[in-house]
Design a protein around this ligand. Structure first.
Ligand SMILES: C[S@@+](CC[C@H](N)C(=O)[O-])C[C@H]1O[C@@H](n2cnc3c(N)ncnc32)[C@H](O)[C@@H]1O
Length: 300
């Protein structure tokens, strides 16, 4: 990105005036990001990140001059954003539900749609004793820890177990747990519920597992930057969900809740799998704000 000079005068005034201000930097960046869905917001988030300022402060002081180091850093971030790198990987964090989560390219960037799963989990948990006392909650495929740690923060008396097959993802989740100062969260590395100690009986299992069919991945921009391990759901997208269901039925007690995030067109197929695995239970498909199937809930 070439940041435009403020004017064309000569001498010291040119040197003074051609310094990059917040206003000129944002203007040039919006031009460079014109193919993005939200160029203004993206530019403001990145400049705010570089300068340690909120968006309101940026907009209130367009005349403020960037240091050369800030201008160079901003230029580099805008180039990466223009090449398609997601903004949260550039700023290193992303808001989810009520908290801010560290994210790295080792974890999926938490999505707003997943907040429906957290809300369904909390609605179920709040029918039980205050603060989740005595409840054991398990998040399978925790990634950044978005689901597990949102639940742990909302239900401080519950025991929360967070599982991921990726050691690097678990490290991000652990860092987020320290940042949010949540306690009673246990991290396990391994394959689905096989990683959960035998003695632990889950009351609630929440899982946002990979659910994109393998053949669809190459055509999806999301797969260019986010970990394939977090996206690849096998030939029909349901390979991990199928395996989790087979494990879950062996692990839950009489009263339980199972919540699965799914793709927009997977509601009927996953509901059928759940009814086959847990006959006689109540299976409900919860839609997101766009009206798409998003979460399948199984309760006795
Ligand atoms: C779609 S991401 C969800 C991340 C996070 N829960 C969220 O909602 O933002 C799926 C996660 O499942 C993990 N995963 C993939 N296969 C797994 C397996 N066999 N066992 C446990 N975790 C797995 C991936 O590493 C990834 O972190």
């Amino acid at each position: 990105m070439n940041l435009p000079p403020v004017n064309r005068q000569s001498g010291w005034l040119k040197r003074e005036m051609s310094r990059t201000t917040i206003g000129t930097a944002l203007q040039a960046a919006v031009g460079a990001l014109d193919a993005a869905a939200s160029p203004q917001l993206d530019a403001q988030l990145l400049l705010g990140h570089v300068m340690g300022l909120g968006r309101a402060a940026l907009l209130a002081h367009p005349e403020h001059i960037l240091t050369p180091a800030q201008a160079a850093k901003f230029d580099s971030l805008i180039r990466q954003a223009a090449a398609g790198v997601p903004i949260p990987y550039l700023t290193g964090h992303r808001a989810f539900y009520l908290h801010d989560f560290l994210v790295t390219p080792d974890v999926l960037i938490p999505r707003p749609e997943t907040e429906h799963l957290v809300e369904a989990a909390l609605a179920w948990a709040h029918r039980h004793p205050a603060d989740g006392e005595g409840l054991t909650l398990v998040d399978v495929g925790t990634g950044s820890g978005a689901i597990a740690l949102s639940l742990a923060a909302a239900l401080p008396a519950a025991a929360v177990h967070a599982i991921d097959i990726s050691p690097a993802a678990l490290e991000v989740a652990r860092r987020n747990a320290r940042r949010l100062a949540v306690t009673d969260v246990y991290f396990h590395q391994g394959d689905l519920l096989a990683a959960l100690p035998e003695a632990v009986q889950p009351d609630l299992i929440a899982a946002n597992l990979p659910y994109i069919p393998s053949d669809d991945l190459d055509a999806l921009p999301v797969a260019r930057h986010e970990p394939r391990l977090a996206l690849n759901g096998g030939p029909d997208g349901l390979a991990l969900i199928r395996r989790l269901l087979a494990q879950a039925v062996m692990r839950v007690g009489e009263a339980f809740c199972l919540l699965l995030e799914i793709g927009a067109d997977q509601g009927a197929a996953v509901a059928t799998l759940c009814r086959e695995t847990f006959p006689g239970t109540a299976v409900r498909v919860i839609k997101d704000y766009a009206g798409h199937d998003r979460v399948v809930e199984v309760t006795p």
